[in-house]
Design a binder for this molecule. Structure first.
Ligand code: FES
Length: 333
């Protein structure tokens, strides 16, 4: 199997925190591909190449007045001249998807940052992809990479109705590797049977709404640790551990500044208040932008991005939500 575009096992999912590309991209095309889903194709206005990315990556759209949203790249990783994203109009939109649907039109521009990947496709002989609704977007390049690598794979794709399920035509070329579950016709994805046999040679990749992710986490509880890879749309409540500290000291090693972080404050907030800069986007532990290296001390991880192995490595943390289990935490800031 070729491992082109797949991350080797145990490779860190870190993005390059020292540098992130940012620029205005032209909206080359805008297409309504299913009920409530628009697909935007973005290119450099002068036709220049764009930063490369890998399956599972997302970009930030910097929309207006600090409104930043993340969208998975769902195009061809070999196409270095355009990015493709699919955006579902969320009826409960807090402004992001509404803005994209109402204001972003073909011929206009949009500010883009990234790409960044914390949902990497790790090399494996077999994959089980499970997508709910717009959660299909990161699966498209993953499936293309798995197919190109000669891996075995299956996709279980659920949605409200057939018409609401984007990219069905594109997926039809894969034949019976793809199983579609429009809920109003056939009900939900039968997770109990799909996940019944725990396999140590299969990786599970899941993206979709919270109830689907919760159901897969429960249904795959008997699978080997680190089989399951999820991407969430929203932060999952994370309980504080029994040994959580209310307050602690953060040493920003590169800047030579020490800070005290209180109970109602995030590390990111304290760092910004001290005039230091750490890249941040969602500020809720979902996007992975604010990752920094831990030089000393022990993190109290509260994000919904890092895998169990990454948490246990104690090598890096997301400072918008995570805290410290040691009185002093030394960070590479
Ligand atoms: S800013 Fe998104 S995880 Fe911290």
């Amino acid at each position: 199997m070729s491992i082109d575009n797949l991350a080797p096992k145990h490779k860190s999912t870190l993005h390059d925190r020292e540098w992130e590309w940012e620029g205005d991209l032209l909206i080359k095309s805008r297409e309504l591909v299913s009920e409530g889903v628009v697909v935007l194709t973005l290119t450099d206005p002068a036709g220049a190449g764009l930063p490369e990315w890998s399956p599972g990556a997302h970009i930030d759209l910097l929309l207006s007045d600090g409104l930043i949203r993340q969208y998975s790249l769902c195009g061809d990783i070999h196409d270095r001249r355009s990015y493709r994203i699919g955006v579902l109009l969320d009826p409960g939109s807090r402004g992001g998807s509404q803005f994209v649907h109402d204001k972003l039109q073909a011929g206009g521009t949009v500010r883009v940052r990234g790409p960044r990947n914390h949902f990497r496709l790790i090399e494996a002989p077999e994959y089980l992809f499970i997508a709910g609704g717009i959660g299909i977007t990161p699966m498209l390049p993953m499936i293309a990479a798995a197919q190109a690598a000669g891996a075995n794979w299956r996709l279980f794709y659920g949605g409200r109705t057939r018409d609401s399920m984007a990219f069905r035509d594109e997926l039809s070329v894969y034949g019976d590797r793809v199983s579609i579950f429009p809920q109003d016709e056939v009900g939900r994805i039968p997770l109990i049977s799909v996940l019944s046999e725990a396999r140590d040679d299969v990786l599970l990749y899941v993206c979709g709404p919270e109830p689907l992710l919760d159901a897969v986490e429960t249904g795959a509880a008997h699978w080997p640790a680190d089989s399951l890879h999820t991407e969430r749309f929203a932060a999952k409540p994370v309980d504080a551990p029994a040994d959580a500290l209310e307050s602690f000291e953060v040493v920003c090693q590169r800047s030579g500044i020490s800070l005290s972080v209180g109970p109602d404050q995030s590390i990111l907030h304290a760092v910004e208040k001290a005039g230091l800069k750490v890249l941040a986007s969602c500020r809720a532990g979902v996007c992975g932008t604010c990752e920094v290296d831990i030089l000393e001390g022990k993190a109290d991880h509260r994000d919904t991005v890092l895998s169990r192995a990454e948490r246990e490595s104690n090598e890096f943390m997301l400072v918008c939500c995570s805290r410290s289990l040691s009185p002093k935490l030394v960070l590479d800031i």
